[in-house]
Design a binder for this molecule. Structure first.
Ligand SMILES: O=P(O)(O)OC[C@H]1O[C@H](O[C@H]2O[C@H](CO)[C@@H](O)[C@H](O)[C@H]2O)[C@H](O)[C@@H](O)[C@@H]1O
Length: 239
């Protein structure tokens, strides 16, 4: 593992949620959010003058449920953004997958006990954490689906899941959009994530002169990252 980095100044910080801020759980609703995490993110956001965003594949309402604090949030892998915590949720118009895709994906998931579908507004996830034997067939089916509408959708490998997402957005487009706006503009971006779905965010941060950090390499575990964030949130003692 590399040493945790020295935070650049002034920093804009982009944090993935599942597998980065919180440990992976058997199911999406079973995550254990450490009780102090929302307050820690609040302190950190204040320390960065608001230039902190949680950037997740989850929809923003789910992020609000797990992190009920007024910080910037990006959901749906860049499909929805709420930069001003008191402002509206923004995002480009995006297609939704045809109902027939969901029906076919559900049929497949139903043949593998433990596999299930998570539906989002503009995509869906086929989770196979409890049915790893479903991975290959799921990949084949979903690849064939997105090949029917390659301009609109793409298939992303996630952690023990395949996710059909809109092609037009990614965590990278979200980072670029936030960096063009206050309070993120003019700061050095740092994106921290654990997953293939975070690579576009990391690449966007690096392209803007900042850091794209893989949790496993730079911190090891979500708990170690939270400790680093807690130290960062402390007021600086330099005048
Ligand atoms: O971008 P993220 O915040 O990392 O979200 C990515 C996906 O995370 C969730 O699924 C993953 O985490 C679950 C809980 O630990 C786990 O059970 C599952 O196997 C993982 O794939 C979430 O359900 C998805 O909607 C997110 O896109």
């Amino acid at each position: 593992m590399d040493l945790p980095p020295t935070a650049p100044e002034p920093m804009a910080l982009f944090l993935d949620f599942d597998g980065t801020l919180v440990d992976i759980a058997e199911r999406p609703e079973a995550i254990d959010v450490p009780p102090g995490l929302p307050a820690l993110l609040m302190r950190l956001s204040a320390r960065l003058d608001g230039a902190l965003a949680v950037v997740s594949g989850r929809p923003i309402p789910q992020l609000d449920e797990h992190l009920p604090v007024p910080i910037a949030k990006v959901g749906d892998h860049g499909g929805s953004l709420r930069v001003d915590p008191a402002g509206p949720v923004e995002g480009p118009p995006l297609a939704s997958p045809p109902a027939s895709w969901l029906a076919r994906a559900r049929l497949l998931a139903d043949t593998f006990p433990g596999a299930f579908i998570e539906v989002k507004d503009h995509g869906f996830v086929l989770h196979y954490r409890q049915a790893p034997e479903a991975a290959g067939m799921a990949q084949g089916l979903l690849e064939a689906m997105v090949a029917e509408a390659p301009d609109h959708f793409t298939l992303m490998p996630a952690r023990m899941a395949w996710e059909v997402t809109p092609r037009a957005v990614s965590k990278g487009t979200a980072v670029a959009a936030l960096l063009a706006r206050a309070p993120f503009a003019g700061r050095v971006p740092v994106f921290i994530g654990d997953d293939v779905t975070d690579e576009a965010g990391m690449a966007a941060a690096r392209a803007a002169g900042g850091l794209g950090l893989r949790l496993q390499d730079s911190f090891g575990t979500p708990s170690a990252l939270r400790a680093w964030l807690a130290a960062l949130a402390e007021p600086s003692d330099t005048p």
